[in-house]
Design a binder for this molecule. Structure first.
Ligand SMILES: [Zn+2]
Length: 1087
């Protein structure tokens, strides 16, 4: 769900709002040797899988641990831990007496074998607050407090409150304790999010002391925030009028206000919002300014009360200690009726379908006729569904839409009626489950045809059922994902919490969603006995075809809408100004100044000292080492990582792009997609796709480029990743029969499949290829609107280094331009394209330059030799064509990329190695400090942008500044330019320094699941980062001094003096900037 929900779904029930960017440090990033999140260093160009929500403030970094394709969010919703067969281990217990003494009663207790956990439900007697206390061996401990917060309108109260309560509290009376925790804790997760009917505050850490620190700050924030007494926080996070000088125009400012403006710049989000048809807690920028401080305070008083709270604890800490911590807070409250007043009432189902037509802001260029969107939505039931039905619907969803071979997805995409699917699938996190399916990039005349095709396909599926291979493939994919329970860097305990809460929040059983084994067994048995048609056809009929609660939404592009909205906002503000007296205006300017001063005044040291922090002595002196054995098979380097993986084998085969012709580079992402989604001589792509689904846990193929420190040549590779269950001998045997391979290990089929993809795929399907191109265009356009900072960063990197240029050719604005030309070329010269794809294969595929990386337990690893030998034997010795030299770069210049938007993305970057700066571990501490203080305070807090941060790529030396959903442009660039002076004037005491160091170590040591450990080790190998160097960098981090900050100031000035600026922004703002600073930007139109 969260981890895999696509960005485009950010307004639908499945994905709540993420605050800030603590997610930015992924499991991959912090251990690639860069020590600190080199989000951009490892550029994995987008694969066809859905975009992780987590990437939203970093560039293009993809989660490495989700090699599997097409397991969509409903399935991951079910990704609980592996099924346990062993008896329940014993965990520390809380006796009834002990609980009573602390004011709790034990309501129920169960051992949940699916997650090898003992779970106890407590009730706080005085307030009725419910607590789920889950004990197991997971060191990645999770705490979460969830409140039911039904919004009554679209003024965004729940969302603004979510932001505001983290801005200081009774025990922690500083501006933003949240930011202090971001800076100086070892958290593995720290965030807050707003759903349409609830607000969640989760934290996680592997360090017990750190964990309880985080818990205490969050509890105090939720129950005793300062924001209810302080209108300034409300103004800062929600909205306020800004007037710097009475002679200027008044404008709106506010973090949530701008965040939501950004959200509403994306048509997919508008669609999701309408589909929800309910008052919306996120907030509509048009309505946010109607919210008053009184309503805001009232909402907190009403709903942020223990009686309306559900609390979750998970992990290997002492369950009694959890109750002690809680009782201290909960005992301060009396019972309140909020639990009843916050009840979520189900919506009655419509007796007739309805249709909604809306406009969305579009650019003036491009073919507007082909930019319609249409989506059909069903509310599936009036009452919540039982787990088996829900599970069956999840299956059905995967069968219809989960992979490129799934019939509903395939038929829609092959119809040529639209560019890509939009907002499609089941979502079951709210009281009433929904299903939706639709397309974007549709021409006006085709809107109705899309609707008809959806309906007729659903009807056909109900009548004819699904192929048995498809059912088996879905079954295996789902079981694999349940068993693997790979939540990436997202804590497992949090994933479980969100599953549990999805029922618990509606007063249903919190244990039930965690126990999938029995319903899964029952479902499988029914499919075996009655056949899949008997199971799935009635579901399609009952919930979709015969369901009159059908809402069809059509969205039409409107090139006037963005400027219209801007004009409307302007006229409202003009009226506001006209209604003010001179005194009023002077007062507003004074209030603006007061707020700004308050925002820019640092917290006094004694306030900062309140936030609990670890000491340097709590920090391990050594980095975490991943067991790595480097061997050789037939001249190919093989890395083996002996780690417990719960019987799963993870394999990466890496090929070198060193012989690839330059002009073929932009075709590489489509080459990768073709490998996975075109057929071979013997197998259609559907059959191949099902085979992979039935026999493996998924295969993915993607390019990866990075600079290598101290070297001119970049690292440029194609990575083929796959995973498989360790033992499936019977299936294996069947495969062997028709391929003639001999069976000597489980690894065999993953290698077999990889070999098949690499060598046997035929690049002959012109129509499918054409779809890939139009889908890629749609995806890139979405990226420009939703992750413009990533596009800007890629652009700057492409000017500053070769690896950046390569990456931009395969995933940046250059790529989008290439795709648009290619789209025409597919019809004119398919032969040429097809032979180019062949040429890419020949220049990549070779033993020479190949590296294999394996992660599994020792026994499995020792079996690989023969299979691997066989696999490698089938590869050609050397690539065709000689070695090429990569030397491309974009010309250095300041660039503004025009898109229809209400908020901008502003970047500036330069290479600090060009000043002679030598990498020192302190650089990570310093850049984190710049992000968390200077940029946070100026770009976000007083600038009103949703995010502002910097990134240091230790491989290339590029230091970049970026903002996200930013109402400003030149002003933000000025802030970036002031960074050197900020560092020079900086005076940090030892405590602040310690905090910054600990926070940096938290990133370096971020929690990793075994596959991520093996993958990180591979990355370090590719980028030449040794364990000795990691140890040295760690020592440098731990001994960072104030002098390092001052020295760094000199290096960072290069960004101000010689850096390049790239903004993705609205035409109006770019014009204004070019007028103010005589044609500072070269203007480039993109949408
Ligand atoms: Zn937010």
């Amino acid at each position: 769900m969260l981890r895999t929900a696509s960005c485009s779904a950010s307004l639908t029930s499945a994905s709540p709002f993420f605050r800030h960017f603590p997610l930015s440090y992924s499991s991959l990033s912090s251990s690639t040797g860069a020590l600190r999140a080199p989000g951009r260093n490892l550029r994995r160009v987008a694969s066809p899988a859905s975009t992780g929500r987590r990437v939203f403030l970093r560039r293009g970094l993809r989660v490495p641990s989700t090699a599997g394709r097409g397991v969509n969010r409903q399935l991951s919703r079910l990704s609980v831990r592996a099924v346990a067969t062993q008896p329940a281990p014993s965990y520390p217990d809380v006796g009834q007496d002990e609980a009573e003494k602390l004011g709790f009663e034990k309501v129920s207790e169960e051992f949940i074998s699916e997650c090898k956990s003992k779970a106890t439900l407590f009730k706080h007697k005085k307030t009725g607050c419910e607590v789920m206390s889950v004990s197991n061996e997971d060191e990645n401990k999770v705490f979460g407090i969830v409140l039911r917060t039904p919004p009554k309108d679209s003024t965004g109260i729940p969302h603004i409150l979510e932001h505001s309560v983290l801005c200081g509290s009774r025990k922690y009376p500083l501006k933003e304790p949240f930011v202090e925790l971001l800076k100086g804790s070892l958290h593995t997760f720290l965030n807050a999010f707003t759903y349409p009917d609830r607000t969640c505050y989760p934290v996680a850490s592997t360090n017990t002391k750190d964990f309880y620190n985080l818990v205490d700050v969050y509890l105090d924030a939720v129950f005793f925030p300062k924001c209810v007494d302080d209108v300034h926080t409300f103004q800062q996070e929600g909205w306020h009028y800004e007037l710097n000088d009475p002679s200027e125009d008044i404008s709106y400012k506010g973090v949530v206000f701008n965040e939501m403006k950004g959200v509403y710049s994306q048509p997919d989000n508008i669609l999701g919002r309408i589909a929800q048809q309910a008052s919306f807690g996120g907030g509509d920028p048009k309505d946010i300014p109607n919210l008053t401080f009184e309503e805001f305070k009232d909402f907190h008083r009403k709903y942020y009360h223990p009686s309306n709270a559900r609390i979750w604890f998970y992990g290997d800490d002492d369950p009694l200690q959890r109750l002690r911590i809680l009782s201290e807070y909960l005992d301060m409250f009396e019972a309140s009726p909020s639990r009843d007043t916050s009840k979520i009432e189900p919506q009655r189902l419509f007796s007739e379908p309805i249709r909604i037509v809306e406009k969305y802001p579009a650019g003036r260029d491009g073919d507007l006729k082909k930019k319609n969107m249409v989506c059909i939505n069903w509310l599936l039931s009036e009452k919540p569904l039982d787990l088996e039905t829900q599970l069956a619907l999840g299956f059905l969803d995967h069968l219809m839409l989960g992979t490129p071979a799934s019939p509903l997805r395939k038929i829609l995409l092959e119809s040529g009626l639209g560019e890509a699917l939009v907002s499609s699938g089941m979502s079951d996190e709210l009281l009433q489950p929904q299903f939706s399916v639709g397309m974007k990039g549709v021409s006006e005349d085709n809107v109705q045809k899309v609707e008809e095709l959806i309906m007729s396909t659903l009807k056909k599926l109900a009548e004819e059922g699904f192929e048995s291979d498809a059912v088996e493939a879905s079954m295996n994919t789902i079981e694999f994902s349940l068993r693997e329970n790979n939540t990436g860097s997202f804590p497992r305990g949090l994933s479980l919490m969100l599953q549990s809460i999805a029922k618990w929040i509606y007063d249903m059983d919190p244990f039930e969603p965690l126990k999938y084994t029995e319903p899964l067994k029952a479902l499988k048995a029914r499919i075996a006995e009655e056949g899949s048609k008997a199971v799935f056809s009635p579901l399609i009929e009952q919930f979709i075809l015969h369901n009159s609660h059908r809402v069809t939404i059509e969205m039409q592009p409107d090139p006037e809408k963005a400027s219209q909205e801007e004009a409307e906002e302007k006229s409202i503000l003009e009226k506001v100004k006209a209604g003010m007296t001179e005194e009023d205006l002077a007062e507003l300017a004074r209030a603006t100044e007061e707020l700004r001063l308050k925002q820019e005044t640092p917290d006094p040291p004694e306030a900062l000292r309140c936030v609990p922090s670890l000491n340097l002595s709590d920090i391990p002196k050594e980095p975490t080492y991943v067991p790595t054995e480097v061997g050789d098979i037939n001249g190919v380097k093989v890395l083996r990582h002996d780690l417990f993986t719960n019987d799963i084998v993870y394999a990466e085969v890496v090929f070198d792009m060193g012989s690839l012709k330059h002009e073929l580079l932009p075709l590489v992402p489509l080459f990768c997609q073709s490998l996975l989604e075109m057929g071979t001589k013997d197998l259609s792509f559907v059959q191949l796709n099902q085979l992979i689904g039935r026999k493996t846990g998924g295969i993915s193929v993607y390019p990866l480029t990075s600079s290598v420190r101290g070297k001119d040549e970049p690292c440029s590779k194609i990575i083929v990743r796959g995973k498989s269950m360790a033992g499936r001998a019977d299936d294996l045997f069947n495969l062997v029969l028709y391929t003639g391979w001999h069976l000597d290990s489980f690894l065999f089929f993953i290698l077999l499949q990889m070999n098949c993809l690499l060598q046997e795929i035929q690049f002959t399907d012109q129509q499918r290829f054409k779809q890939f191109v139009s889908q890629s265009i749609a995806r890139m356009e979405n990226r420009l609107r939703g992750s413009g900072h990533g596009v800007a960063a890629a652009r700057m990197d492409a000017m500053l280094n070769i690896a950046g240029w390569m990456s931009e050719q395969m995933g940046g604005l250059s790529y989008l331009e290439f795709l648009r030309t290619l789209e025409k070329k597919v019809d004119e010269d398919w032969e040429g394209i097809s032979s180019s794809l062949e040429e890419i294969r020949r220049s990549l595929l070779a033993k020479n330059g190949c590296i294999v990386n394996m992660t599994a337990d020792g026994k499995s690893l020792s079996n690989i030799e023969k299979s691997l030998e066989k696999f490698l034997d089938l590869l050609p010795e050397s690539p065709s064509g000689g070695l090429v030299t990569w030397d491309g770069r974009l010309p250095l210049r300041n660039e503004a990329i025009v898109i229809p938007t209400q908020v901008n993305y502003v970047g500036k970057a330069g290479n600090i190695y060009s000043t002679g700066y030598e990498l020192d571990g302190s650089a990570y501490v310093i850049s984190k400090h710049i992000s968390n203080t200077w940029l946070w305070d100026r770009v976000r807090v007083s600038g009103g942008a949703y995010g502002g941060f910097c990134d240091f790529d230790s491989h290339s030396g590029v230091f970049s500044f970026l903002s996200y959903r930013d109402p400003n442009l030149l002003k933000t660039l000025d802030i970036y330019d002031g960074t050197g002076d900020f560092l020079r004037g900086l005076d940090v005491d030892q405590e602040t320094l310690t905090k910054a160091i600990i926070g940096t170590i938290g990133d370096v040591d971020s929690y990793q699941l075994p596959d991520a450990k093996g993958y990180s080790s591979l990355m370090r190998h590719l980028l030449g980062v040794t364990d000795e160097e990691r140890l040295r960098k760690r020592e440098e981090i731990l001994t960072t001094s104030l002098k390092d900050f001052k020295d760094f100031a000199e290096a960072i000035d290069v960004v101000r003096d010689n850096g390049v600026a790239v903004a993705v922004a609205s035409a109006e703002d770019i014009d204004a900037a070019n007028n103010a600073r005589s044609n500072f930007f070269e203007v480039k139109k993109a949408l």
